[in-house]
Design a protein. Structure first.
Length: 456
C-alpha cells in the first residue's frame, strides 16, 4: 500500500522530483534543512495563500503542515503583508532598536506573565540563551532535559533525541547519548528524566543537590505526536524545582501563541522562570524570543551575560511580530480554533474507530494530533513503540488527496491557522474515510506487520 501511494505521490510532482535532482548537485541532500528531506521526495512549494499552498507542479493543498507550526496566521495574511511591505521601504536592518521592539515585548509580557524579553532569530537560539541564563544565574553547570525531547540543535540540549529503544539505556538512568558532532563531555553535563515522571525528577534533584542550574522542557511534549502533561505534573515540576533552587524554562517554540493566547504557560496556569518562543511569533518571518523573571534577566541588564546577535530584534521581524500579536492572534481567534480543532479530532477518531483502527488524539488551540495507537503514550519510550508504517501511509494518502501534512507523520501534528474553515477540515476527514477503508481491507498478516512497526 505504501509503495502504491508513493508512486501516485511521485506521479503528481514531476517538477519537484526534477528540482530535487538538480539541487543535489550543490545542496547536501538537495534541501536547505534536513527536516525537509522526506520520503518519497521533498515537495517544492511555489506559493501559499490563506489556508492553502501550491506546489511547483500546480497542485493545490489544504496546508496543515503550516511550516512546522509557524504559519498560524495563514499564508500572506494581509496584516503581516502590509507590516512587512511598509517596513521594507523604511530599511530592514540597523543593528539598533526600533519602536516595534517595545510593543512586542509589552504584548509578550502580558500574555506570558514574565516582565522582561529579549529577541533572537530561531527557537534553537532561544533555548540556547535559556540554558546560558540558567547557568549564569545559578553558577552551576548541570541541566535537566526530558528524554527524547527536541529543544533545538545546539550542543547543550542535542542529547537523548530521536533514539531507538536500544539506544536509550536503563529506564531509571537513561544514557546521555549526544547527537552527531556533539562531544560526550558536553552531553555529560545533562541529566535525563522521562516526561510525566515527578518521582524520577525528585530523585535526580536529591542526587545532584546544589549542582543543577535548571530544567528545560516543552510543557506539552511535541515531536512525539503530542504528549500532554498528566494532571498535576507541571505544577509538581514547578514546586520541586523551586524547592531545590533550580530554574525552570518552558520551551514554547511549538506551543507558544499556538495552543492558547498565552501558550501552554497560561493554558495550564504554571509560571516558569523562563519562556522560549519562535515559529508562530514571526508570522512566517524568522524569529525568536526569550522572556524571564526580573531576577533571571538582570544578568543581561548588569552585563554578567551578553545576549547578542546581529539580527536580534530585526526591524522586519519586529514589524511582523507586532502585526501577529496586535492585529491577528487576538484572544477571540482561539475560540474558533478550538471549535474547528475539536471538530477535526472528534470526526477523525470516530472515523478511524469505525474502521477498526485504534487511535487517540489531542487538541488545543491551533494544534491537533492523531496517533494511530490504542493507548496514549505518556512518555517518549512508550511513543517509540508505535508503528511508523501506518503514519507514513496516512501522510501519503492525505497528500494524494489534497492535504499537506508534515512529512514525519508519526512524530508531527496538524497545525491550523486563522484561515482554515470547516470545508478544509472535511477534506481531511473524507480522506480519512478512504484511509480507514484501506486499512479495513488489510489481511490479518498485514495488520500484524504494521502493528509491529516494521516499516522504517
Amino acid at each position: 500500500m505504501i509503495g502504491n501511494e508513493e508512486q501516485i505521490f511521485l506521479g503528481r510532482v514531476p517538477k519537484s522530483v526534477a528540482l530535487h535532482q538538480k539541487a543535489l548537485r550543490h545542496i547536501p541532500g538537495g534541501v536547505a534543512s534536513s527536516w525537509a528531506s522526506s520520503r518519497p521526495t521533498p515537495v517544492w512549494v511555489e506559493h501559499g495563500r490563506g489556508a492553502h499552498v501550491w506546489d511547483v507542479d500546480g497542485n493545490k493543498y489544504v496546508d496543515f503542515h503550516s511550516g512546522y507550526g509557524a504559519n498560524v496566521v495563514g499564508h500572506a495574511h494581509p496584516s503581516v503583508v502590509a507590516a512587512v511591505q511598509n517596513r521594507v521601504t523604511l530599511g530592514t536592518h540597523f543593528a539598533q532598536p526600533t519602536p516595534d521592539v517595545i510593543v512586542v515585548a509589552e504584548a509578550l509580557a502580558e500574555r506570558f506573565g514574565l516582565p522582561q524579553w529579549r529577541f533572537c532569530n530561531s527557537g534553537s537560539e532561544a533555548t540556547m540563551d535559556a540554558v546560558h541564563l540558567m547557568r549564569v544565574v545559578s553558577g552551576r553547570d548541570l541541566i535537566i532535559k526530558i528524554e527524547g525531547s527536541y529543544n533545538g540543535h545546539h550542543d547543550s540540549v542535542h542529547v537523548s533525541i530521536f533514539r531507538s529503544t536500544s539506544e536509550l539505556g536503563p529506564e531509571n538512568e537513561p544514557w546521555r547519548v549526544p547527537g552527531a558532532g556533539i562531544p560526550q563531555a558536553i552531553a555529560d553535563l545533562v541529566r535525563i528524566v522521562p516526561y510525566n515522571d515527578l518521582a524520577a525528577l525528585e530523585k535526580l534533584l536529591v542526587e545532584y543537590k546544589n549542582q543543577i542550574a535548571g530544567m528545560i522542557l516543552e510543557p506539552m511534549m511535541m515531536n512525539a505526536g503530542i504528549i500532554a502533561p498528566l494532571d498535576g505534573y507541571l505544577q509538581g515540576l514547578r514546586e520541586l524545582t523551586a524547592k531545590h533552587g533550580v530554574l525552570l524554562a518552558f520551551d514554547e517554540v511549538k506551543t507558544g501563541l499556538v495552543v492558547h493566547h498565552g501558550g501552554a504557560t497560561k493554558l495550564y496556569g504554571v509560571q516558569p522562570d523562563i519562556v522560549c518562543l519562535a515559529k508562530a511569533l514571526g508570522g512566517g518571518v524568522p524569529c525568536g524570543a526569550i522572556g524571564g523573571t526580573a531576577e533571571v534577566m538582570s544578568v543581561i541588564s548588569d552585563g554578567r551575560y551578553s545576549q547578542v546577535g546581529t539580527f536580534n530584534g530585526n526591524p522586519l521581524t519586529m514589524a511582523a511580530a507586532k502585526a501577529v500579536l496586535v492585529d491577528v492572534l487576538k484572544p477571540s481567534v482561539y475560540d474558533d480554533a478550538n471549535d474547528l480543532g475539536a471538530y477535526i479530532l472528534n470526526n477523525a477518531l470516530d472515523t478511524l474507530h469505525r474502521h477498526g483502527q485504534p487511535a487517540y488524539g489531542f487538541q488545543a488551540g491551533f494544534k491537533v494530533c492523531v496517533v494511530f495507537n490504542e493507548k496514549p503514550a505518556k512518555n517518549y519510550r512508550q511513543f517509540l513503540n508505535i508503528s511508523t508504517g501506518i503514519s507514513h501511509l496516512h501522510f501519503l494518502k492525505q497528500f494524494n488527496g489534497g492535504i499537506f501534512l508534515p512529512p514525519w507523520g508519526k512524530s508531527e501534528s496538524l497545525t491550523l491557522s486563522v484561515a482554515h474553515t470547516k470545508n478544509d477540515a472535511d477534506i481531511y476527514i473524507e480522506n480519512l474515510v478512504e484511509f480507514g477503508q484501506m486499512l479495513g481491507s488489510m489481511g490479518e498478516r498485514d495488520s500484524k506487520v504494521f502493528a509491529a512497526g516494521s516499516f522504517n
